[in-house]
Design a protein around this ligand. Structure first.
Ligand code: SF4
Length: 415
């Protein structure tokens, strides 16, 4: 695949014009946000329409900015450390397990891996030419991100059935990570501290042969072409190849006891939307915050769950049985000119009727299906004067006349 069109992925320096003003996308390697960064984002939200969105790649979007706001937005984010390299701002796409080694099922502490990968990415001038859609992924072995779409992934090298679920043990500092290329095991392994260099070498190899491709899967020879370019690996490595799950497991809302006995709180963010006031309250709590692709926030390394009331007080949801668990929409009416129905209102209605444990569900206001994660089991998309709806029991999409009919059908599924 060769894409003739220029890369229009929005960033902080390349604002995107939307229906509600100009939009800045802020990359968060590992989804990490410190208190000072939350404050800076709140200040930037004040420049826009008081709306900061969580994206399906665990980044943030500040909406409703003036066309000329980019310089001030960039200055504020740079002071907070959210813009370490102007040249690389759109290529710092590094998604990581939100609890990053703290989960009881984790096999590797990956905070340091994400930091090194981001640093090495920004240190290589040539890699600023990576497409804005190119995605690095770092999994800690907990399986939370297993199966998530990526171009290059670093994952613990042990097969999942050999993973010791032995909470409380310290993780090895030198856990071995495998390099996956678009879901295919490359055979390459390295200790955690050297693994970022493996991913960087693979990214350079992609750039050298991309010829207009934006993703590894678009190379004429697919992931194999890139793996072959990395050179031969031992035969036994090829025989013990890791397999990549079909759909990520996700991380439930609520309280998680970490390996070290401290606590992580994961909160659902309805519609993936935060305002400046919520961001400032989160900053005051002072925790290390992690954004996930499921539009959740995880506050990690808490001494206990004592801040739960403050999170609930600002409208976040800690109940894993909430109808909002796994429910998402695209930006929708008022935010996108292509929107054909009010998906945010539909989702709010839907959240009141979804059962505990309901499969992931995404509503799109047109057939571009922005923000729909691969493997989402219930999907609704507006298509002209009708809606296309698919549930786990449907082989093909059904056509329904309007939002009310879709809500009724989802509430009372029939074969
Ligand atoms: S799915 Fe369509 S309506 Fe929704 S944000 Fe994308 S382009 Fe806009």
């Amino acid at each position: 695949v060769s894409r003739a069109a220029p890369d229009r992925c929005p960033g902080v320096l390349a604002l995107h014009e939307a229906a509600d003003g100009w939009l800045a996308r802020v990359r968060l390697p590992g989804g990490r946000l410190a208190a000072a960064q939350l404050r800076a984002l709140a200040d930037v939200a004040d420049l826009g329409n008081d709306l900061v969105e969580l994206t399906a790649r665990a980044n943030l979007q500040v909406r409703g900015l003036d066309e000329g706001a980019g310089e001030e937005v960039a200055a504020r984010l740079a002071v907070a450390g959210l813009l370490p390299s102007l040249a690389h701002e759109r290529v710092r796409n590094v998604l990581a397990s939100p609890l990053a080694g703290r989960h009881l099922g984790a096999l590797a502490d990956v905070d340091g891996v994400v930091t090194r990968l981001d640093r090495e990415l920004c240190a290589d001038v040539a890699l600023s030419e990576l497409p804005g859609r190119f995605l690095f992924l770092v999994e800690d072995g907990s399986g939370v991100l297993d199966g998530y779409d990526h171009d290059l992934a670093l994952v613990p090298g042990a097969p999942s059935d050999e993973r010791p679920h032995d909470g409380g043990l310290e993780l090895p500092h030198d856990a071995e990570l495998a390099l996956l290329v678009a879901g295919v095991d490359s055979g390459w392994r390295a200790p955690a501290r050297d693994a970022p260099a493996l991913a960087i070498a693979a990214a350079r190899a992609f750039l050298a042969r991309r010829e207009g491709a934006w993703r590894v899967s678009e190379l004429p020879g697919g992931p194999r072409e890139l793996i072959d370019a990395l050179g031969p690996v031992a035969a036994e490595r090829q025989e013990a190849a890791l397999t990549w799950a079909k759909a990520p497991g996700g991380l439930a809302a609520g309280r998680t006891v970490q390996r070290d006995g401290r606590v992580a709180l994961t909160a659902l963010v309805p519609l993936g939307r935060l305002n400046a006031s919520q961001l400032r309250t989160l900053a005051e709590i002072g925790a290390d915050v992690r954004v996930s692709p499921w539009r959740t926030l995880s506050l990690v390394d808490l001494p206990d769950g004592g801040v739960a009331a403050e999170l609930i007080g600002i409208g976040l949801i800690l109940d894993p049985d909430s109808g909002w668990a796994g429910l998402s929409t695209c930006a929708g009416l008022g935010a996108c000119r292509s929107a054909q129905v009010d998906v945010r209102a539909a989702a709010a209605a839907r959240a009141t009727t979804r059962a505990s444990g309901a499969p992931a569900e995404h509503w799109s206001a047109c057939t571009r299906r922005c923000g729909e994660l691969r493997g989402t089991r219930v999907t609704v998309a507006a298509d002209g004067g009708r809606l296309l709806l698919r549930t786990p029991s449907d082989r093909e999409e059904r056509i329904v006349p309007d939002v009310d009919a879709a809500l009724k059908l989802l509430r009372e599924p029939r074969p």
